[in-house]
Design a protein around this ligand. Structure first.
Ligand code: HEC
Ligand code: HEC
Length: 357
């Protein structure tokens, strides 16, 4: 009986082995693939990057971390940056579009804050030049935190521990508790939210064993099919803007007609339905996909990119390989200690809730 089973295994294993040989057209030439990849991509650095116009000091990062987790930046005192950019969940909320003040549903999917410091500009349409400009947006947006800069400053000034932290983070400033400095501190903290040492980074740095064969085939296809033309650099994206639907515009379920993307920023007809090529770092953690958040399956997102951006019907095997490669972009997640936040005082403005009808 045991012998029969062994025999059966050998018999079934043989065609499998041949099948495998013929499916893999050519063995992977790691040296060549690494050289090709190094010309197009860069690894995530192991050290916190410099931020233009904002020295990333330990004091600023500590304050920024408190602010990032402090729901008192929102009018309801219920929503923090971390609510929608959950650092335990890939730096986003894994919702189709975000839900903010008064349970209101926003118009777009939340991108991750991880590695956002490497993007050329922030938001799906690039309307904020950098993270300090970006941070002021959600605090004031009606559908997000719905607060006012003056109220934020009043709240922080009412809490002596915060005043101390601002003094230390912005030494020499007469009145350091300002809305601008809130944004500067958050930007400094966000610069620390980087994810180095993914299998892909290790491969780029010369470790051929860091990626599986499927991931390597996926990388090759990603380059050869033309994905890397838009998704290149350190973040595999986040550097430039392109029409969603260069070749074929996706249906309204994926590309809702009312969101015209970068057109709203530039008022130029050529920018209708133009969006930033999404950074693909940690993309396996950040479903659902696209600015509409209407696609949950990464395989489907990749297939859509093939037809919409490249006019190419990728085969199931190609899609599977690319998705395997995208999984190799998951890096070491930043270990962030949850801050102990100082208590409000009698002078702190009270939460303003808006209940859904
Ligand atoms: C209610 C949910 C919500 C809250 C709260 C929120 N965000 Fe966002 N965030 C979003 C959404 C949605 C977008 C995309 C908006 C767009 O592109 O128009 C976004 C975009 C961003 C981006 C741009 C990333 C990129 O790749 O372009 C950064 C950075 C960011 N938020 C940081 C923050 C910070 C810091 C806070 C707290 C001050 C915050 N967010 C609060 C939902 C939220
Ligand atoms: C012409 C430029 C361009 C090309 C080529 C391109 N993309 Fe994209 N990609 C974009 C843009 C722009 C978006 C954002 C679409 C939107 O508005 O939601 C995007 C979005 C994505 C997303 C969604 C990520 C997320 O977090 O929502 C994935 C995944 C993706 N691309 C993978 C690929 C793959 C794989 C290829 C090759 C088959 C490819 N892209 C080719 C420009 C491009």
């Amino acid at each position: 009986m045991a012998r029969m089973m062994r025999l059966a295994m050998v018999v079934t294993a043989l065609p499998l082995a041949f099948g495998a040989v013929s499916a893999v057209a050519a063995p992977i030439d790691d040296a060549a693939l690494m050289t090709e990849a190094k010309a197009l991509f860069e690894p995530v650095p192991q050290v916190v990057p410099k931020v233009s116009g904002n020295a990333v000091t330990g004091e600023k990062v500590e304050l920024g971390r408190m602010l990032f987790f402090d729901p008192r930046l929102s009018a309801s005192q219920l929503l923090s940056c971390n609510t929608c950019h959950n650092l335990g969940m890939g730096g986003d909320d894994n919702l189709e579009t975000s839900v903010g003040h008064g349970w209101q549903r926003g118009p777009r999917n939340a991108p991750t804050v991880l590695n956002a410091v490497f993007n050329v500009a922030q938001f799906w349409d690039g309307r904020a030049a950098d993270l300090k400009e970006q941070a002021k947006g959600p605090i004031q947006a009606g559908v997000e935190m719905n607060n006012q800069p003056a109220v934020v400053v009043e709240s922080l000034k009412s809490i002596p521990t915060y005043v101390e932290h601002f003094k230390r983070a912005f030494p020499g400033e007469a009145d350091p508790v300002t809305f601008d400095n809130v944004a500067m501190a958050i930007e400094a903290f966000e610069a620390t939210l980087i994810t180095p040492a993914s299998p892909f980074d290790q491969y780029l740095e010369g470790n051929a064993a860091a990626m599986t064969d499927a991931q390597k085939r996926g990388l090759k296809t990603f380059i050869d099919a033309g994905c890397a033309a838009c998704h290149g650099g350190v973040n595999l994206g986040g550097q430039d803007y392109y029409p969603f639907g260069v070749v074929e515009r996706p249906g309204a379920d994926i590309l809702p007609p009312e969101d015209k993307g970068r057109f709203t920023v530039t008022q130029t007809a050529a920018d209708e339905y133009v969006f930033r090529a999404v950074p693909l770092r940690n993309v396996a953690l950040t479903a659902p996909y696209f600015h509409s958040g209407n696609v949950w399956d990464l395989n489907q997102a990749v297939a859509v990119m093939g037809t919409a951006q490249l006019g190419r019907d990728l085969s199931d095997a190609e899609v599977a390989d690319i998705v395997a490669f995208l999984h190799a972009l998951t890096g070491e997640q930043p270990r962030v200690e949850y801050p102990i936040l100082p208590a409000s005082t009698n002078a702190t403005p009270r939460p303003v809730l808006m209940m859904p009808n």
